[in-house]
Design a protein. Structure first.
Length: 301
C-alpha cells in the first residue's frame, strides 16, 4: 500500500507532465514557387545557331524574354518565330548593333580577345550585363585537382606548339576584356565539357558508345618510357593505357593497335561507322543514349 509521501510525489510528477507543452508536427513546407523571371528581359546572343546557342535561345523565349541573335547567317536553325536575327561578323562588322539597347548580352561564340574587345567597347553603354562563356581551359595544364574561380589563370603562351594552351590563354584574355570593360556588370562562366544534342565534336560521345560495345577499350594515358626491349612506336602501350597488361605478347599488341580507333593519338576519335550527328538528336536514337538538353561532363570546353 503506497505511503502518503509516495502519493504526494507521484501526484506532483503527474501534474508537471500535464503542464508540459505537447510536441506538435512541423507544418508542411510550402511547395516551391515556379522559377519565373521578375520581368521579361531583352537579350542579345552572339551566335545562337551553333551547339549551345539554340538551347539557350529556346529556353529564354520559353521564359518570356525577347531574344535577338547576331550571326553570320551561315546556318539555318529552327528557332522560335519571335527571335530577331541580325547579320554581321564578330571581326569588325558590328555596325548593325550600334544604337541598340539590351538588358543582357550573352557571348557564347568568341574565342579571340580582339572580338570581345570590339563588342564590349561598342556595347558598354548600351547593355546592362555582359555574360561571357569561357572554359576551364584557362586552368590548363591542370597541374592540381580542385581548381576553382580563385585560381590564377594563364594569359601568356609558353609553348606555341600546344594548341590547348593557346586556347586556354585566349579564353582568359577574353575574360579580362569583359571584366575590364563592364566591371561588376560583367559575368564569366567556366563550364567543363558540354555535351548533348547538337554536339558534333565526338570528344565525349565516343566513350559511352565504345564502352557499350564492350571488349577491350584503349584509354588515354601517359606515354610509356621506351627501352631497348620495347616494341615499336605504334604499340598501344606507347600512347595509351590498355585494359590488359603491358605484358601481353607483342603480336597481340600489334593486332590490337591495328584495330584501335586511337591510331597512336592521345585523343581517340569516334568510330567512323557511326555518323557523328546520329548519336544525338535522332528520332531513332536508342533509349540508352542521352537525348536531353546539354549536360556537363569532365574536362575542358
Amino acid at each position: 500500500m503506497p505511503t502518503r509521501r509516495r502519493f504526494l510525489a507521484l501526484s506532483a510528477a503527474l501534474s508537471a507532465a500535464a503542464c508540459r507543452p505537447r510536441a506538435t508536427a512541423a507544418p508542411p513546407e510550402p511547395p516551391p514557387r515556379p522559377l519565373t523571371p521578375p520581368r521579361p528581359l531583352t537579350m542579345l546572343i552572339f551566335g545562337g545557331t551553333g551547339f549551345i546557342g539554340p538551347h539557350l535561345v529556346r529556353h529564354a523565349v520559353a521564359r518570356g524574354h525577347s531574344v535577338t541573335i547576331f550571326t553570320r547567317g551561315r546556318r539555318k536553325v529552327d528557332l522560335p518565330d519571335s527571335v530577331e536575327r541580325l547579320l554581321g561578323d564578330r571581326d569588325g562588322q558590328l555596325g548593325i548593333l550600334e544604337g541598340r539597347r539590351w538588358d543582357v548580352v550573352v557571348d557564347d561564340s568568341a574565342t579571340r580577345p580582339e572580338w570581345v574587345q570590339q563588342s564590349t567597347q561598342l556595347l558598354k553603354d548600351q547593355v546592362g550585363r555582359y555574360l561571357y562563356t569561357s572554359s576551364t581551359g584557362v586552368y590548363y595544364p591542370y597541374l592540381k585537382p580542385g581548381a576553382d574561380e580563385t585560381w590564377p589563370v594563364r594569359t601568356e603562351v609558353t609553348d606555341p606548339e600546344d594548341g590547348s594552351e593557346a586556347y586556354g590563354v585566349a579564353k582568359a584574355r577574353c575574360e579580362r576584356e569583359v571584366l575590364q570593360t563592364f566591371g561588376e556588370r560583367g559575368l564569366v562562366v567556366r563550364p567543363t565539357y558540354i555535351v548533348g544534342p547538337g554536339d558534333t565534336t565526338d570528344r565525349f560521345p565516343y566513350w559511352p558508345v565504345r564502352l557499350q560495345r564492350g571488349s577491350d577499350v584503349l584509354a588515354p594515358g601517359a606515354r610509356a618510357t621506351r627501352s631497348s626491349s620495347s616494341t615499336s612506336a605504334t604499340s598501344p602501350s606507347s600512347c595509351c593505357a590498355c585494359s590488359r597488361t603491358a605484358a601481353a605478347a607483342s603480336t597481340t599488341r600489334s593486332a590490337r593497335a591495328s584495330r584501335s580507333p586511337c591510331r597512336n593519338s592521345s585523343r581517340p576519335r569516334g568510330p567512323r561507322s557511326t555518323p557523328r550527328r546520329a548519336w544525338y538528336g535522332s528520332t531513332t536514337t536508342p533509349s540508352s543514349r542521352p537525348t536531353a538538353s546539354p549536360m556537363l561532363s569532365h574536362g575542358s570546353c
